[in-house]
Design a protein around this ligand. Structure first.
Ligand code: LLP
Length: 386
């Protein structure tokens, strides 16, 4: 699988993120091509997955919009040249400062998550003499087949407004002069590989649209279905680009669109997940009584997904000099017992100094890195620069 410039890596201090720019561009092209097969499909890249400025530049150049969840992300999107009219802004706790930034930029739409938030947007928009466009984030009560920490569409989640309270909420905002309700927003979770989950979301959206039409005579011009398309963490070499065709088709088949209605997608992981790897060196091989550890110089602070979600990432020894295998727990140097990348993983025999690639780390990898134990944040290198 190695398309890595290993000879170049030899001189670079580890750990670091390595991005395959060609794969990123191919993935974006494929997503754009598949979306263009349907009328009025719009992709807003979920910046939370990876906000590295160079990654954002490439995504901006590919013409995608942005899905932001903080003022910082709105700023990052604007700095990358993404047009305000392609930016949506979600989040349960948008502060006044963040709302002002987005209002001043006149972004496309605020995905609102509570009535008090709409009231504040209304008040601030008046100050800017603007009518802020809003979409209500509806909690659809649809379960997705994914890790409990990354499902968002169930009733007990903090996200969105429960669909049973939707009509009441619409009634309460009807008289606010400085907001315009332009759509509904949904998101059921992340790392979803079952197209049936998206079909179930469509069924719920259809029900909601029918109810709004019959009870309130209301048809909204935009439906934002969120993100969530997963990637193949087990076989990244075999499946470097997710099946965007099946994903968009699931919506084309199941969502009953009203005439002229736009469909918006907020894809994060599926666009950037496979283009990034975390590169690390083996510091020590330590033998225990019944297992052996490969202690590497990357830690949970560099890539938290295995520690936080028990996530699986393929690990490759880029400098293995034989085919003989052994079994290792691959762990980092952090003073936490959850600082483990893999347990009982069979890999070609490792030795101190070997260089490993932890694959599928382009999404929620660098973006979630932190400085625990006074560790430096990992640097990033791009295939086009090495
Ligand atoms: N839209 C909304 C409202 C979201 O909450 C999310 C992700 C997305 C879009 C993008 O979802 P994606 O297409 O990337 O699945 N840190 C976790 C994932 C957290 C996802 C949070 N929300 C992980 O590493 O698996």
């Amino acid at each position: 699988m190695s398309t890595f410039p290993i000879n170049k890596f030899a001189n670079i201090e580890t750990p670091f993120y390595y991005y395959n720019v060609e794969l990123l561009k191919e993935t974006l092209e494929c997503a754009n091509k598949e979306a263009a097969k349907h009328d009025d499909y719009h992709i807003h890249y979920a910046i939370k997955a990876n906000f590295n400025p160079k990654v954002l530049q490439i995504i901006s150049a590919a013409g995608l919009g942005a899905d932001c969840v903080s003022g910082g992300e709105v700023k990052a999107a604007l700095d990358a040249g993404i047009a305000p009219e392609k930016i949506v802004f979600a989040g349960v706790g948008k502060t006044e400062k963040e709302l002002r930034l987005a209002l001043a930029a006149d972004i496309f739409c605020f995905n609102v998550e509570s009535l008090p938030e709409v009231e504040l947007i209304n008040e601030l928009a008046a100050e800017y003499s603007r009518i802020a466009r809003i979409a209500i984030r509806v909690n659809p009560g649809v379960a997705a087949h994914t890790h409990a920490n990354i499902t968002t569409g169930l009733a007990e989640n903090k996200f969105g407004i429960n669909y049973e309270l939707l009509e009441e909420t619409i009634g309460s905002i009807k008289n606010l002069k400085n907001v315009e309700l332009i759509g509904l927003h949904f998101h059921i979770g992340s790392q979803i590989l079952e197209m049936n989950d998206f079909a179930a979301l469509c069924d719920r959206i259809n029900e909601i649209q029918d109810t709004l039409e019959s009870n309130l005579n209301l048809v909204l011009p935009n439906i934002n279905v969120g993100g969530g398309l997963g990637i193949d963490y087990h076989q990244p070499a075999k499946n470097p680009i997710p099946d965007f065709s099946a994903y968009f088709d699931a919506y084309a088949t199941n969502l009953k669109r009203r005439s002229g209605q736009q469909v918006h997608f907020e894809l994060g992981r599926s666009l950037v997940g496979q283009c990034g790897s975390l590169i690390s060196r083996v510091t020590y091989i330590k033998r225990g009584t019944c297992k052996q550890f490969a202690i590497i110089d990357a830690g949970m602070n560099d890539l938290v997904r295995p520690a936080l979600y028990q996530a699986y990432h393929e690990i490759e020894n880029l400098t293995a000099d034989g085919t003989e295998q052994d079994v290792y727990d691959i762990v980092g140097p952090i003073c936490e017992s959850s600082d483990v990348f893999a347990k009982e993983r069979s890999l070609p025999v490792m030795k101190r100094g070997d260089i490993l690639a932890i694959h599928s780390a382009g999404a929620y990898g660098e973006a979630m890195a932190f400085g625990y134990n006074c560790r430096e944040l990992p640097k990033a290198y791009f295939s086009t620069e090495l």
